[in-house]
Write a protein that binds this ligand. Structure first.
Ligand code: FES
Length: 107
């Protein structure tokens, strides 16, 4: 099954056992703290992932994400973890503004 590599979280590697789950679900199932201020409803951008590799392996941008892209709150290589599902490996980073103070990031 596809892997999620979180580069700036000490190269944490997650194996997604279920393609029907969102990236946010997979991250949380692995007991990783990841912001999701709106409760995974696609109404904030705190769950944002910066995609380094594998953008093509993520489900198409949906209406909720497109709204943020239209106003410049999601870049070309950024997606909402709560709206994204994967069909292949991806490499991502936590955005600087969404880091938790109690979590140790590698950069
Ligand atoms: S948790 Fe708010 S948009 Fe994903």
């Amino acid at each position: 099954m596809p892997d999620i590599l979180i580069r700036n979280l000490n190269n944490t590697l997650l194996d997604s056992k279920d393609n029907s789950k969102t990236v946010l679900n997979i991250i949380h199932e692995n007991q990783i703290d990841w912001m999701f201020a709106c409760g995974a409803k696609g109404r904030c951008t705190t769950c944002k992932i910066i995609v380094i590799n594998g953008l093509e392996n993520i489900s198409p941008v949906n209406e909720l994400e497109q709204k943020f892209k239209d106003v410049g709150r999601l870049g070309d290589n950024e997606r909402l973890a709560c709206q994204s599902k994967i069909s292949g490996d991806i490499e991502i980073e936590v955005a600087r503004e969404n880091k938790f103070p109690h979590v140790v990031y590698s950069y």
